[in-house]
Design a protein around this ligand. Structure first.
Ligand SMILES: Nc1ncnc2c1ncn2[C@@H]1O[C@H](COP(=O)(O)OP(=O)(O)OP(=O)(O)O)[C@@H](O)[C@H]1O
Length: 449
């Protein structure tokens, strides 16, 4: 297995040698100055660079080092640069971190600490690379816009692909902000009606008295203010897909009218006398427990069964392994582009907090949080304060049975690693710190193909 490359920029031959010993797990690319460093960077694209700021021809200043840092990040913005500084370099180190350096270590170096910082930098680099690949996949896929590496979500996406060409009615269940409308749009794009319109209406956002005319349309003079004949949303979706969001909030009288439409496939505008045939595919969604509403008599059972030939349940973000960080990178890139900011990087503790937060508002909450952070961030890095999240504590739910806890942790971390490297066994084994045969054994133990 080829070793991971680390570029070491150091003009002192003694220190250069010490770093080679310390970093013997990596292929060290030596450089004694900016020209050699940039040549190595272009040729080998190392994910991690360690560098001294005092480089020739100005070994006692930091100007050459800071210029090199700027050039490295301009050529390969994802590179994790670790500054190796002397005691009296504090101001320059802070300046370097502000410019986008990943971290710093003080000389004399502590080999264990340096190895740990490099391992963490490589991990982060791997996640960011994976995200880049995801963006490519996203651009190519018909379910574009749906970012996930979580096995349950990927299974759901396969379900959407299977159901889309059929004419079955689909009910999407899931908490608020978890992507119900996004999946409904995916269903439409993959279906046979993709050339026609996708029309959405949110039953919870429109007052009950207005919802009927919004759905079915109205004739001129049907009520005060009805100045002209207006088609409803169902009619506007003719030939396409009609998406009824928050169907669980629909009042009983309208439920009856909707049922009639689903049975007879005709609508009558408010104040109208004629029936209009409408051919649409109906997709519904709700964050409510619709079955319970049916049992309590608050939602019609006959309507429920008409609307839910296929039920797809979307897992909340907190249950998707690895997705929060993946999505955070995606939204960060999008916001940086729309806000015309250079790409910002997450501080490691910010990423840890994103992983640990429960995201009660799901993907929408995460999207808003990252957007706010991109706007608020003052330096080139997104900090914990920019995100407004609490630092992550170690307090996870306790599992008393050691074997079960170990098994569960093993499974979780393995899925995470495989997800982050797109199923590449070699790289997943590297991330996990085990050999490839060990990873195969573990996968077979947990029934992962
Ligand atoms: N897997 C995902 N990948 C990328 N973006 C996502 C994903 N899931 C959701 N989003 C984004 O999160 C936001 C909320 O998604 P969406 O509106 O589809 O959720 P919802 O479940 O319909 O919410 P509500 O129940 O409140 O209507 C949208 O901006 C959507 O683009």
């Amino acid at each position: 297995m080829p070793k991971t490359k680390v570029l070491v920029v150091e003009d002192d031959p003694g220190l250069q040698r010490q770093l080679r010993w310390t970093l013997d797990a990596y292929e060290v690319l030596p450089a004694d100055g900016p020209a050699a460093a940039l040549a190595q960077l272009r040729r080998h694209q190392p994910p991690v660079v360690t560098m001294d700021l005092g480089l020739p021809p100005e070994p006692n200043g930091a100007g050459v080092g800071l210029t090199l840092l700027r050039d490295v990040l301009a050529i390969a913005p994802g590179t994790k640069v670790i500054i190796l500084s002397g005691n009296q370099d504090r101001a320059n180190v802070l300046h370097a971190i502000g410019m986008g350096a990943y971290d710093f270590q003080q000389k004399p170096l502590d080999p264990d600490l340096l190895q740990l910082v490099i391992a963490r930098a490589l991990f982060l680099h791997g996640v960011q690379e994976e995200h880049g690949r995801m963006r490519q996949i996203e651009a190519d896929s018909p379910l574009s816009g749906i970012i996930s590496r979580d096995p349950a979500m990927l299974k759901l996406c396969r379900g959407v692909e299977k159901v889309a060409p059929s004419s079955a009615s689909v009910m999407l269940l899931g908490e608020s902000g978890c992507g119900k409308e996004l999946l409904a749009r995916g269903l439409h794009r993959l279906g046979t009606r993709r050339e026609r319109r996708f029309v959405a209406i949110n039953c919870a956002a429109i007052p009950e008295q207005l919802l009927e005319s919004e759905l079915f349309g109205y004739e001129k003079g049907a009520f005060t203010g009805a100045a002209q004949r207006t088609p409803g949303k169902i009619e506007l979706a003719q030939g396409g897909t009609f998406f009824l969001d928050e169907i669980g909030d629909m009042a009983p009288p309208l439920q009856a009218k909707l049922l009639r439409f689903l049975q007879e496939r005709v609508i009558e505008r408010v104040g109208g006398r004629s029936e209009i045939a409408v051919d649409v595919r109906v997709v519904c969604a709700t964050h409510r427990k619709l079955k319970e509403l049916v049992e309590d008599g608050r939602f019609r059972g006959d309507l429920y069964y008409r609307l839910s030939e296929i039920v797809l349940t979307i897992p909340p973000l907190r249950e998707r392994v690895g997705d929060a960080v993946l999505l955070a990178h995606h939204f960060r890139n999008r916001c940086c582009a729309s806000e015309r900011r250079h790409t910002l990087h997450f501080r490691p503790e910010a990423l840890a907090a994103i992983e640990a937060w429960q995201w009660p508002g799901n993907v929408r909450e995460l999207e808003n949080c990252i957007r706010r952070a991109v706007i608020m961030a003052e330096g080139p890095q997104i900090t914990l304060e920019d995100l407004g999240l609490p630092p992550c504590g170690a307090a996870e739910a306790e599992n008393i049975n050691l074997r079960q806890a170990r098994d569960a942790a093993e499974y979780r971390v393995m899925i995470k690693a495989l997800g982050r490297v797109d199923g590449n066994i070699l790289r997943a084994a590297e991330l996990l710190g085990v050999s490839r045969p060990t990873l195969y054994d573990l996968m077979s133990h947990h029934g992962i193909r």
